[in-house]
Design a binder for this molecule. Structure first.
Ligand code: ADP
Ligand code: MG
Length: 452
């Protein structure tokens, strides 16, 4: 993520995520977006007034505490409803204080994420079976059938849930086994801290004594050379000693760009299994499971209404249910189709952001034609604008580097990756570019949906 407000907001989210139940987290923060960090205030946008109220009542204090943690002055939070005019018009100013990001790297297993609470559907049949078999193999010291197990799928489809389920199952059946769950980002932060503190041997020792290593979101390894190097050795050591490794990613191994080939090939040694979006029937079953686990009875009609309105992301599905229940509770009534109407995303809401929207935005901003961005001109302004558009496409959409290349005059993926990296490194050195890019992001976010 490019700008400071994103950076700060992500740090806050990662703390909050550990402190509140995943589902409430999604309900209240799933659609919150950072807008900017100016004059000691972090502004975020949320989709509706109800969410704004809840965040202000229940979470503001904690967020401001987190915000000010490690900063020199006290920072405050400003929650805005998306698409409402901004209350003030102060020019964006880059704040000088930034949050510390080196917090504890031990990620606990979420007890609610078990095989029992995971609803199996056609979309997840194989991956669910493979996960169970993997957990049994670790517990029973059987020959490891799939090592590593590589799970991939879009955001919010249950990858993290399954990783935790494997970990929980092993901890339950064989408490003596050592299980470690981390994300590739945490792994990277921990490694950096170890290098800074001259404690890499201890870091290595820790990772090499594990029976089951669960690493979430390995797509964030992109471009992180030192981390990849370390993971490569950890992988070899564990694998060589018959220890189990499970990885998750938002794309299959061969589509990971900027990850060393030898690591990618190891990711494919075992079983690569994907999770697809659940069909309507499975979505209803998932909602029922989520309601049951909260001890709440909800009419089938209501579950169906939610499930038919939100189709691609289980996390959003669950968030909508929680929000709906909160609304009903607040109004002291049973959940009805009417009360639901206000909290579900409207059909035909903001259109989904595409690369063409990004090209238009960038072309307008720099007074160019969209065609210039696709073409081959090497003129400095055009070249940089093109790189900015590529950067935004990568940051704000799901497209892989090769797919982005196809939108920019069939450039190959290494050219696209180079452009992306170029802007990423320029951002830190060039405040003006930083502001321009933040403004374009803000404007795109206001008009299009970037949710998965
Ligand atoms: P990912 O890691 O793929 O982005 P998560 O594992 O975080 O997704 O899942 C998002 C939410 O959806 C979690 O609360 C998880 O419990 C829930 N979820 C996803 N798939 C299922 C499923 N098949 N059954 C029950 N809950 C699910
Ligand atoms: Mg996840």
């Amino acid at each position: 993520m490019p700008n400071k407000s994103n950076h700060v907001w992500n740090a806050i989210l990662s703390s909050l995520r550990a402190e509140i139940p995943e589902a409430s987290f999604e309900a209240w923060f799933g659609e919150a977006r950072p807008i900017g960090l100016e004059s000691g205030t972090l502004a975020i946008s949320v989709p509706d007034g109800f969410t704004k109220g809840r965040i202000e009542r229940q979470f503001r204090e904690r967020i401001e505490e987190l915000l000010s943690d490690g900063a020199e002055e006290k920072l405050s939070l400003d929650v805005r409803v998306a698409n409402e005019p901004r209350p003030e018009t102060a020019a964006p100013r880059l704040a000088t204080n930034e949050l510390r990001t080196d917090r504890s790297t031990n990620l606990p297993l979420n007890r609610e994420y078990t095989f029992e609470t995971f609803v199996r559907g056609k979309n997840s049949y194989l991956v669910h079976a493979a996960s169970e078999a993997t957990a049994e193999a670790v517990s029973g010291e059987l020959k490891k059938a799939y090592n590593p197990l590589f799970i991939y799928g879009n955001v919010g489809l249950g990858k993290t849930h399954l990783l935790h389920a494997i970990g929980n199952s092993v901890m339950h059946h064989s408490p003596m086994k050592s299980v470690l769950y981390t994300s590739s980002e945490r792994f990277a932060i921990e490694l950096i801290n170890a290098i800074r503190g001259n404690s890499t041997p201890a870091f290595r020792e820790k990772y090499r004594q594990i029976d089951l290593l669960l690493i979430d979101d390995v797509h964030f390894l992109e471009g992180k050379e030192a981390t990849q190097e370390e993971l490569f050795h950890t992988f070899n050591e564990l694998h060589g000693n018959g220890k189990q490794i499970v990885l998750s990613s938002d794309r299959p191994p061969e589509e990971l760009q900027g990850v060393q080939e030898r690591l990618v090939s190891r990711f494919r040694w075992g079983l690569v299994a994907d999770i697809q979006a659940p069909d309507l029937e499975t979505r209803i079953a998932i909602l029922r499971e989520k309601a049951n686990s909260r001890g709440i009875e909800v009419d089938n009609g209501i579950l169906e209404m939610i499930a038919s309105r939100i189709s691609s992301n289980v996390r959003a599905l669950e968030g909508a249910l929680i929000k709906a229940l909160a609304v009903a509770e607040l109004q002291g009534e049973r959940l009805t189709a009417n009360s639901l109407e206000n909290v579900l995303p409207k059909e035909g809401q903001r259109p989904r952001l595409t690369i063409d929207h990004i090209k238009d935005e960038v072309a307008t901003r720099y007074n160019l034609k969209t065609k210039d961005l696709e073409g081959s001109s090497r003129r400095k302004e055009i070249n940089q604008a093109r790189q900015v558009a590529i950067y935004l496409a990568r940051e704000m959409t799901d497209h892989s580097f090769p797919a982005i290349g196809r939108h920019f005059g069939n450039r190959d993926h290494s050219t696209i990756m180079h452009s992306y990296m170029k802007i990423k490194s320029l951002l830190d050195e060039t405040p003006l570019l930083h502001v321009e890019i933040s403004e374009m992001q803000e404007s795109l976010n206001a008009r299009y949906s970037t949710l998965h």
